[in-house]
Write a protein that binds this ligand. Structure first.
Ligand code: NDP
Length: 329
């Protein structure tokens, strides 16, 4: 339950609370609706932006006193809708709740997951879900990487970063990657075979980037890292403005001082909101590539049970290692 808007990091028990309510599993359903049991829920950094006191943004603020919402996979246990059969798994934005009832109208925003590849359901909120769609869109439409080019990826071991790396390698590009712990850097080097990986907390980003020329930047973090990139990226470089997690939990965002480099170096810098993009043939392409091994199985950070305020805080502080997922399986 969204209890209160934080000004800095959200504290479990204070800004997010757990509530227990009776739920009638035998209730009769209005025509067109379904009753479903939640299987997995996604924890994503953008949820922090919804924890606010109203106001304009690209996503609405959460309603105080109501469950927070995010992407999830649920299994239909009872149906009064012939297009959504009992036993089917559905994907969409839902309440953080163990059981949900969805009306026919709400179901218009849901997708029945066929899962012909028999992937774990958690993948559908990660590499085969919104974060995966983010990586595919930003690389194809903005970075437009060519063979032999190099891309720098920040926040590289996370949900989006992992797939950005795999897709960059698949077109023959090289990758420089940063993350915030030695474990994450080992994973980037040894599992994802990144050409240059470093810990931005213990090594100088500027030094690494000056020593390794790069043509594109995948920005997951914003702030000081973006400022360093603007000073070091090659001419005609492309910057995919995906996120700015370094600024999400502070009332005083960093504020870059060298945006003129975009002009001076003829750079292209473009942001996007994946939810407003056309995901095209994503579901026909990405799940089969995961099943065939062309894309590595994702690293996941799975926590069990609905009451996961602590896990959300971990995600915002970097204590997650891989895609953060709440499992109710
Ligand atoms: P991750 O799985 O990468 O988790 C967040 C990671 O961010 C943490 O593990 C941590 O890793 C890193 N981080 C936290 N604080 C900082 C900081 N101050 N400086 C640098 N890194 C930090 O999350 P996602 O892959 O789900 O999301 C990555 C980014 O993409 C986010 O900014 C998110 O908002 C954005 N996004 C944008 C979308 C769009 O439509 N534009 C859609 C989806 C995501 P570490 O230990 O390495 O610091």
């Amino acid at each position: 339950i969204f209890a209160k808007a934080p000004t800095e990091f959200p504290q479990p028990g204070q800004h997010l609370k757990k509530e227990t309510k009776e739920f009638d599993l035998d209730q009769s359903l209005p025509e067109g609706s379904v009753l479903a049991k939640t299987v997995v829920l996604s924890l994503d950094p953008y949820l922090r932006g919804r924890m606010r006191d109203g106001g304009e943004s690209y996503v609405p603020a959460f309603d105080k006193g109501k469950p927070i919402q995010n992407f999830g996979v649920s299994k239909i246990v009872k149906s009064a809708n012939s297009a959504f059969k009992e036993g089917a798994h559905i994907y969409g934005t839902q309440d953080f709740s163990e059981y949900i009832v969805l009306s026919g109208d709400q179901l218009k925003g849901y997708k029945v997951l066929e899962n012909k590849e028999n992937l774990p359901w958690s993948y559908y909120v990660g590499v085969a879900g919104m974060p995966g769609q983010t990586a595919v869109y930003g690389l194809k439409q903005i970075a437009k990487l060519k063979k032999g080019e190099t891309i720098f990826v920040s926040g590289a071991s996370g949900a989006v970063g992992q797939l950005v790396i795999a897709l960059a390698h698949s077109v023959g590009a090289k990758v420089i990657a940063s993350a915030g712990s030695e474990d994450k850097v080992d994973y980037l080097k040894n599992e994802l075979k990144v050409e240059v990986a470093f810990n931005y907390k213990t090594e100088s980003t500027e030094k690494v980037l000056k020593a390794n020329p790069f043509n594109a930047y995948w920005d997951n973090v914003g702030g000081e890292t973006l400022e360093t990139v603007l000073n070091t990226i090659s001419e005609y470089g492309r910057i995919v403005a995906c996120g700015a997690i370094a600024d999400y939990n502070t009332p005083n965002p960093y504020g870059i001082k060298n945006s003129f480099q975009v002009v001076a170096k003829s750079l292209l810098m473009q942001g996007f909101i994946v939810l407003k993009t056309d995901i095209g043939d994503f579901y026909d392409v990405i799940p089969p590539k995961i099943a065939s091994g062309e894309i590595n199985p994702p690293k996941e950070h799975i926590v069990k049970g609905i009451d996961q305020g602590e896990a959300f805080l971990d995600l915002l502080k970097g204590a997650n290692f891989g895609k953060a997922v709440v499992s109710l399986e």
